[in-house]
Design a protein around this ligand. Structure first.
Ligand code: SF4
Length: 315
């Protein structure tokens, strides 16, 4: 089992699910190859399994602060297909009350621009025509210019996109997941000007109720989100905006939920991931009473899915 929550609750996971062989969290991801290779051999009874896995693992290198990058040998495992995945930052400086990520992954750490660009170039050389730039709040990326006439100035996510956009052979740029707070006018203009940037943009909203957004600690209001969505829509004619909704957050009243429903109907989302709230141990929200009954959460989930008229995710 992998992931932030898995790392956080690994002791109880092992007690409850004794058949789980290995729990590796995001912070320990660099240990993953070393830990899984012998396990694969042992479980499969095939000593070659570890060797084959290590071949894959050797194409990953750690850099600086223990983050992962893939350079040199391409990670052609089939899943990537035409898309190369490039992590540009790790961690999160936000404290959304339902989310375990900041506790497990720590504060934001950004990769140097030259490393990102050389990894994208490497992906393109190895056959990827599309790149997905990854980060928990990918658009909060920034670096300080160190030299030239720009010393001391900030190089932000929009600047990074402009540099990635120049890479020859690269046809499409995607990124995930942006946070509404960092969807600045400068970034929206850049998105509209760079033809390689995919118009499919995912911008999580989570709730349409300002009271719930505040409890979630999302740092924007319903009105601000809609303003950003409308700006994106005006700037990018073929925009397909997708989003996330959580229903049944602690204290969510019928009126709060109606506001989420109305937001879902107010903007033509291309797609949405919808979840019923469930507490994550260690988060601020887990200290709140999970007071929306399960049946009501399910009813609200069905309603929002009907509103969006699409199949979405159950938690
Ligand atoms: S911005 Fe995303 S990763 Fe960060 S705390 Fe909020 S939900 Fe979690």
């Amino acid at each position: 089992m992998t992931g932030c929550a898995a790392e956080r609750i690994q002791k109880s996971l092992r007690r409850r699910f004794p058949h789980v062989d290995l729990v590796v969290g995001a912070k320990s991801i660099q240990e993953f190859p070393d830990r899984i290779a012998p396990l694969l051999s042992k479980k499969s009874g095939d000593p070659g399994a570890a060797v084959r896995f290590n071949w894959f693992a050797e194409s990953e290198e750690t850099f600086g602060d223990g983050q992962l990058r893939s350079e040199g040998k391409p990670l052609n495992l089939g899943e990537e297909g035409k898309t190369g995945f490039v992590t540009i930052m790790r961690g999160c400086n936000y404290t959304c009350s339902y989310c375990i990520v900041p506790f497990v992954r720590g504060r934001e750490a950004y990769r140097p621009v030259d490393q990102i660009l050389s990894e994208v170039q490497s992906k393109v050389r190895s056959g990827n025509t599309e790149v997905m730039l990854l980060g928990q709040t990918v658009n909060s990326y920034w670096q300080k210019f160190g030299s030239n006439g720009n010393a001391g100035k900030i190089f932000d996510f929009a600047d990074l996109l402009l540099e990635v956009h120049k890479i020859e052979g690269l046809e499409t740029i995607r990124f995930m997941s942006p946070h509404p707070h960092y969807m600045t006018d400068k970034l929206i203009t850049t998105l509209s000007q760079c033809k390689k940037i995919s118009p499919q943009i995912h911008l999580p909203v989570q709730s349409g109720s300002n009271a719930i957004l505040k409890k979630m600690n999302r740092n924007y209001t319903r009105e601000e989100y809609l303003e950003i969505a409308n700006k994106l829509s005006q700037a990018i004619p073929k925009l397909q905006l997708s989003t996330d909704f959580i229903v049944g957050f602690p204290g969510e009243t019928e009126s709060d939920f109606e506001q989420t429903l109305s937001l879902a109907g107010q903007f033509p989302f291309g797609m949405a991931y919808c979840f019923k709230y469930s507490p994550r141990a260690g988060t601020a929200a887990s200290l709140l009473q999970d007071d929306v009954p399960q049946e009501l959460k399910e009813e609200r989930l069905s309603k929002i899915l009907r509103q969006l008229e699409q199949p979405c995710c159950d938690d």
